[in-house]
Design a protein around this ligand. Structure first.
Ligand SMILES: [Zn+2]
Length: 298
């Protein structure tokens, strides 16, 4: 006996085997503005501006020169350009899982929790009442107390400082195992001093949940992709919305558009350039495959 596979049967079979691809109907997503930091662009631009330099090259020697704003023989005191960085967070109203928060921004009181010299290097230039995490969530019609899961791209102080709002709760905090281990090591030993801080890394009052898959479908329509380079355990978040398409939230994989568009790695904030470049290629493939909209943090 033989049976002809109709397209309808094939579609049913595929749906039975493939994980649900999009977030469930009714999912809503909000981008939260948690204020603005400012710093020297050498932190996240690798290349020199060679446009007026006699050695300017069509392909840019900048790829070989780390540390933007560096002095040269011909320009011993270059202008130290500064850039603003918007601190963002993503809130997803997921019909099956409830409220999901991706990253939490800075601590509320950075004068106490960061202190100098960090507040001198990375001053927060815009921070009003509406930029506080609880207020930003309230503005979407939700309450921070209803957050059911917090997901992290990485645990740097300007992305995870808002964990202070979840201390003492049993809200699961999802982060890649490599990131969690690195952050604990960095805080405990003082290695990579400053970019991770102890005040939000509570080991006994937060419900840490780690994973080590390179690509994790954590909730329906939400996938975390391990993208090391800026930090060892950084993950970007892919969200597939039924009507609006695919978004990739890139946390600090890219600080500024040039990091992505011109493949320029970070400046002083880079840690593993080879890994970063491989992550860049992976994200470019994802973007092409899903026709995704990339959301950079600045
Ligand atoms: Zn970072």
């Amino acid at each position: 006996m033989s049976m002809t596979l109709t397209s309808e049967m094939a579609s049913q079979a595929a749906q039975a085997y493939l994980p649900a691809f999009n977030c469930p109907p009714g999912t809503k997503m909000h981008l939260l503005d948690l204020g603005t930091l400012e710093c020297d662009e050498g932190w996240y631009v690798e290349h020199l501006d060679l446009s007026s330099h006699r050695y300017a090259h069509p392909y840019g020697y900048g790829r070989l020169l780390r540390a933007g704003n560096t002095s040269t023989v011909t320009n011993k005191s270059p202008e130290n350009k500064r850039r603003e960085l918007i601190v963002l967070s993503v809130l997803i109203e997921h019909p099956q899982e409830g409220l999901i928060l991706f990253e939490t921004g800075c601590a509320e009181n950075i004068d106490i929790n960061w202190g100098a010299p960090l507040t001198d290097i990375f001053p927060r230039t815009v921070y009003n009442k509406e930029h506080r995490l609880p207020e930003a969530i309230k503005a979407t019609g939700n309450d921070i107390k209803d957050v059911k899961a917090v997901l992290f791209g990485h645990l740097h102080l300007d992305h995870a400082g808002g964990l202070e709002h979840f201390v003492g709760t049993d809200v699961p905090i999802y982060v890649h195992e490599e990131e969690f281990k690195h952050a604990c090591w960095a805080v405990a030993t003082g290695a990579d001093l400053g970019v991770y801080l102890s005040h939000y890394m509570s080991l006994d009052k937060l419900n840490w949940q780690t994973f080590n898959e390179p690509h994790l479908d954590l909730f329906q329509g939400i996938t975390l992709h391990h993208s090391p380079g800026h930090t060892p355990g950084l993950c970007v978040m892919q969200v597939n919305l039924e009507k609006d398409g695919t978004f990739i939230f890139t946390t600090d994989q890219f600080h500024i558009a040039e990091n992505y568009e011109m493949s320029h790695p970070h400046g002083w904030l880079a840690r593993d350039h080879t890994a970063w470049f491989n992550s860049l290629q992976m994200i470019k493939r994802l973007q092409r495959m899903f026709k995704a909209e990339l959301v950079l943090w600045p």
